[in-house]
Design a protein around this ligand. Structure first.
Ligand code: ISC
Length: 379
């Protein structure tokens, strides 16, 4: 259905810029060393409709089903096929297109940087949110809840999306980079966390939770201690056991790897890989797993109620599954953390962290500052 041809752009973002006012996405998979961009919506799939014949499906979801805040207008839970895709892999560029062939104006990219100011101070709100949640932990209503912050960043002019995307890719090797541009908004970020992958009949999920901020001076000692640290282990194990239960319930031959360290630019995380055999489709699996206690909490319903009721901002697509699915139904969903929404000359930045017994309000806030750097350092 799609025609294909090789391209030789000096600036791969010429594709992005050429679709000025069109809906488009970018998805960089560091494991495959592959960038896929798509532009111009071709088809929106109905529930359970087959994806056959479409090169890639870009799949979006909001954290909660209902979205009220105008920041998230038009950002929905959808499966979308695009008219144009550019795949960049092994130094080769392939354009897939439906309908009219397209010539791209291949201008070199001048990088533009943005001075910014944070316009909200939210420590008091954080403290209140933390105290409400911590009380639920002390009274044993919940074991864990993942709380998040929204920072509002004034950029004084609308940034060029491709400049920020390029820096997200350059700064965060090993992370998945995503960008979804629609109207005057663009949601983008660099995430270390895969919710799930489907490779033929294997489902692979990843528990990523527990955080150490990097400190160059004591790096190796800190890392060793972090791997054994009780608070972080507890926070991590709650994610592993919830994912494991879901894989065991719906799959066969579930396997849990040994815990490892996952490195991001400014942080380390605890990381466990979980695998199971299943022929069920990737969207069904996404809906079984989202949100894991790395983004929601446990017990899930009570933790989600706390988030819904007490976080003062709306999560929208923050912490939600963002996926790319290929023609054969294989693909990957990552979670939209370390992210921000550009709206005109503002950026709404998001970061969160897991709260468990032994969490400290100020330390957790500092942890979110470290996570926010991912996006702020790319402005
Ligand atoms: C919720 C976020 O991080 C999650 C992923 C890894 C580690 C986390 C933690 O240690 O709290 C969080 O569960 C975020 O970055 O916004």
């Amino acid at each position: 259905m799609y025609k294909e041809k090789s391209l030789n752009l000096n600036n791969i973002f010429s594709f992005w810029n050429d679709f000025q006012d069109e809906e488009k996405f970018l998805f960089y998979n560091p494991n495959e060393k592959e960038i896929i961009m798509g532009a111009k919506r071709l088809k929106t799939f109905k529930h359970n409709e087959s994806f056959d014949g479409y090169k890639y499906i870009f799949s979006t979801k909001t954290f909660f089903d209902n979205v009220k805040d105008s920041i998230w207008n038009d950002f929905k839970s959808e499966n979308i096929a695009f008219s144009y895709y550019l795949k960049i892999k092994d130094n080769k560029q392939t354009l897939y297109y439906q309908g009219i062939d397209r010539k791209f104006c291949d201008n070199t990219m001048d990088e533009e940087y943005y001075n910014y100011t944070l316009t909200n101070t939210d420590y008091d709100d954080w403290k209140e949110l933390f105290n409400i949640s911590y009380d639920k932990i002390l009274t044993k209503k919940i074991n864990k809840v993942v709380l998040s912050r929204e920072v509002i960043v004034d950029l004084s002019k609308r940034p060029r999306e491709e400049c920020i995307i390029k820096r997200l890719i350059d700064n965060n090797s090993g992370n998945f980079i995503f960008a979804y541009s629609k109207g005057n908004k663009c949601f983008l970020g660099a995430t270390p966390e895969i919710l799930l992958e489907k490779k033929k009949n294997k489902i692979i999920s990843h528990a990523v939770a527990g955080t150490l901020l990097k400190d160059k001076k004591n790096d190796s000692k800190n890392r060793e201690e972090f791997l054994k640290d009780e608070k972080n282990s507890h926070e991590h194990d709650l994610v592993v056991s919830t994912i494991k239960k879901t894989l065991e319930k719906y799959g066969n031959n579930t396997y849990v790897s040994k815990r490892k360290l996952l490195e991001a630019k400014n942080l380390y995380h605890l990381h466990t890989e979980l695998l199971t055999d299943s022929t069920d489709d990737i969207i069904t699996w996404r809906d079984r797993l989202h949100p894991t206690p790395a983004l929601g909490g446990t017990p899930r319903d009570i933790a989600l109620e706390i988030i819904r009721k007490h976080e003062t901002h709306e999560r929208g697509m923050y912490a939600s599954p963002i996926g790319l699915i290929d023609e054969s139904g294989n693909g990957v969903f990552v979670v939209g953390i370390r992210s921000g929404m550009i709206e005109d000359d503002k950026l709404y930045g998001y970061a969160g962290c897991g709260i468990v017994k032994n969490s400290d309000c100020e330390k957790e806030y500092i942890e979110t500052e470290g996570k926010l750097k991912t996006i702020l350092e790319c402005l």
